[in-house]
Every structure is written in C-alpha cells, then in structure tokens.
Design a protein around this ligand. Structure first.
Ligand code: ZN
Length: 176
C-alpha cells in the first residue's frame, strides 16, 4: 500500500495547473502560485478495556483490513474531538460500552505506516456486546491472549506493554 496515494496521482498543481515540486510522500509545493500542502500520519485512538478480574476485552474485526483477526477497539481521530474522546467513542461504536480511561499505555508508529496509534488503558464495568463492527467480543485472561491471531503489530506491542507494567492480579497496591 502506498504511503500517500493522493499525492501519487498528482502531477499538476491543484490551484494553477503548472508543474509543482513534489517531495513524496511528505509534501507538494508550487513555485508558480505558492500553493503548498503537507501530509502527516493520521492519529488512531485505541483502548484496552479491562474488567474487574483483570481480563482484557478484545474484538474480532468485522471490517477490512484484517477481517476476522483480534484487535483492540479503536479508530481514526476526527477533527473536532480529542484523542481521548475518540477512544471513548470508538469503544462505544465497536463494543457498545462506556469506558473510563485510566492511563496512557503507549504511542506506536513506524516509518512505513500511515498511522500513529495511541493506546489507553481503560476500565469497564459492564459487558461489551457484538456490533456491526465486531464479529465477536471476548474478555481474555492474560494467559489466553490470541497472540498469533492479532490484527496489527500495534495490538501485540500495546498488549505486551500493558501486561508487563501492571501489577499481577491480586497483588497488594503499591505503598503511597
Ligand atoms: Zn500552482
């Protein structure tokens, strides 16, 4: 997949029609009329909702890419909302449940990807449901995570980071 299919198809300045300077995949600048545009990765907001027992809710994706693979709920941040708002909205859309964000797990990006994935830990009280976007939802104990059937490298990284940092179930809270 191209990093920037929109820019790949452009050979003329969209404003004046003359030949622009293209620095693929990052930018287009027109020395004739001053038109310029810069392209950036898109932020994706995800959450790992966790129940009282410490089980992690994942969904089996009902949409491309990677249909049928397990993933964190999440999606693109829209203009007009914060990354946190987007995480809460996406979890509601994909799992039909409200969450409380409890901290940042990590930010995941690679030069060959068009996204920057921001992942939050989250608490949820109720039970998520299947939706049009989720073929199945399941709360996995840490030892039962389907590592070989995850949709994206960021799923694996965020789950490993999350599990390595949190206290084991039943551990005494840290002294304050
Ligand atoms: Zn121009």
């Amino acid at each position: 997949m191209s990093l920037n299919p929109a820019l790949e198809d452009i050979h003329h300045c969209p404003r004046c029609g003359r030949v622009p300077e293209i620095d693929f995949p990052r930018s287009i600048n027109c020395p004739h009329c001053g038109y310029g545009a810069y392209y950036n990765p898109k932020p994706v907001a995800c959450a790992i909702p966790t129940d009282r027992k410490g089980h992690l809710w994942l969904l089996r994706r009902g949409f491309a890419p990677n249909v049928g693979k397990w993933s964190m709920p999440g999606g693109f941040v829209d203009l007009g909302e914060s990354v946190e708002d987007a995480a809460r909205r996406e979890v509601m859309e994909e799992m039909a449940i409200e969450i409380e964000l409890t901290g940042l797990i990590g930010v995941y990006s690679r030069p060959q990807d068009r996204t920057v994935v921001v992942v939050y830990a989250a608490a949820t009280r109720g039970t998520p449901s299947r939706t049009e976007e989720a073929l199945e939802v399941c709360a996995f104990a840490p030892n039962d995570i389907p590592w070989l059937q995850l949709a994206f490298w960021s799923d694996e990284r965020a789950l490993r980071d999350h599990l390595s940092r949190r206290p084991p179930a039943g551990a005494a809270p840290a002294p304050s």
